[in-house]
Design a binder for this molecule. Structure first.
Ligand SMILES: Cc1ncc(COP(=O)(O)O)c(C=O)c1O
Length: 299
């Protein structure tokens, strides 16, 4: 049997829109002689925090590190026990699990009912855990009731926002400003994608922001004082500049993704394909349009 494939995502035309501006960033950074940190990184962190309406943004090397650093920081601050059990939806990308393991913690997978973790699943579980990492999978924000459940039970939630840049919840709160801390990936295929690896943490908690910044930068507070076990995971200035070029178009790109998703709902008619409930369309950055198919997918 032969199959014809529609390419998953053609990055070339998307990135061609920024080629001229990207070359200008490259030239400026090349000429500046400053290749770690600096104005481009600070500028993007400030702009992205403002965009997410969060108080702080800390650039990292990628999304996996962003989530790992959040969890390591909470342990360093004494907000999570060293052997904390972290509830995590079984349906996610492997990075969510790896971040918990790399932080020395124990992932406790929980099955979801319709792709994403819901309060009704949490209410039913009898497993014990210390905190939850939720995932805005496919761009769909985790429902407000999950956060309300955690709040009522005095449990912290960290969000893997790798796929939900720009989504807004029912109360008008942006992705990156909902959980105690959020971890973004700017992997090239993301809604806001760099042209290499890049990531960021957003939070409104000052002591957590400070610890994340420290751990991401060799555990160092000042030049010669490294007093926590750190890593080297800093946002590259070139990627920060490329992301600055792309951020102004994120909302209109997300609108276009939503238009396309709506048209799939109207026009996709195939008895072997089941669409998610149209509720899936709300509070969603529409990173991916998932469908259920009758048989396994063919590679
Ligand atoms: C849900 C999810 N979490 C985490 C990551 C990790 O991001 P990165 O590849 O930037 O490390 C990704 C993307 O790759 C992702 O889709």
């Amino acid at each position: 049997m032969t199959h014809s494939y529609i390419p998953y995502l053609d990055l070339k035309p998307l990135n061609d829109r920024f080629k001229k501006q990207d070359l200008a960033v490259f030239e400026q950074i090349h000429d500046s002689g400053r290749f770690i940190g600096g104005d481009w990184v600070k500028g993007f962190e400030d702009r992205f925090a403002e965009y997410c309406e969060a108080s702080y943004c800390i650039g990292t090397g990628n999304g996996l590190d962003a989530l790992t650093i959040i969890l390591k920081s909470e342990v360093a601050l004494g907000n999570l026990p060293k052997d904390a059990k972290i509830l995590v939806p079984a349906h996610t990308y492997i990075a969510t699990f790896l971040s918990i393991i790399h932080a020395g913690l124990k992932p406790i997978p929980i099955d979801v009912e319709e792709l994403i973790l819901t309060a009704s699943v949490l209410e039913k579980t009898t497993i014990s855990y210390d905190a939850i990492v939720v995932v805005d999978i496919y761009g769909k924000l985790v429902e407000d009731e999950v956060y309300a459940f955690a709040k009522a039970n005095n449990i912290n939630i960290y969000c893997d926002t790798a796929q939900s840049h720009g989504a807004t919840n029912n109360s008008g709160i942006k992705s990156g400003n909902i959980a105690r801390a959020s971890a973004f990936s700017f992997y090239p295929t993301k809604n806001l994608g760099a042209i290499g690896d890049a990531g960021a943490i957003t939070t409104n908690v000052l002591e957590l922001a400070n610890m994340c910044r420290k751990i991401a930068n060799y555990g160092r507070e000042s030049r010669f004082l490294n007093d926590v076990l750190g890593v080297n995971s800093r946002l590259d200035p070139l990627q920060a500049g490329f992301l600055m070029n792309r951020l102004p178009l994120l909302d209109s790109d997300n609108d276009r993704r939503n238009e396309i998703a709506n048209s799939y709902y109207k026009n996709l008619k195939n008895e072997k394909v089941r669409l998610l409930d149209t509720d899936f369309l709300s509070n969603n950055a529409m990173h991916v349009f998932p469908v259920y198919v009758e048989n396994r997918r063919v590679f």
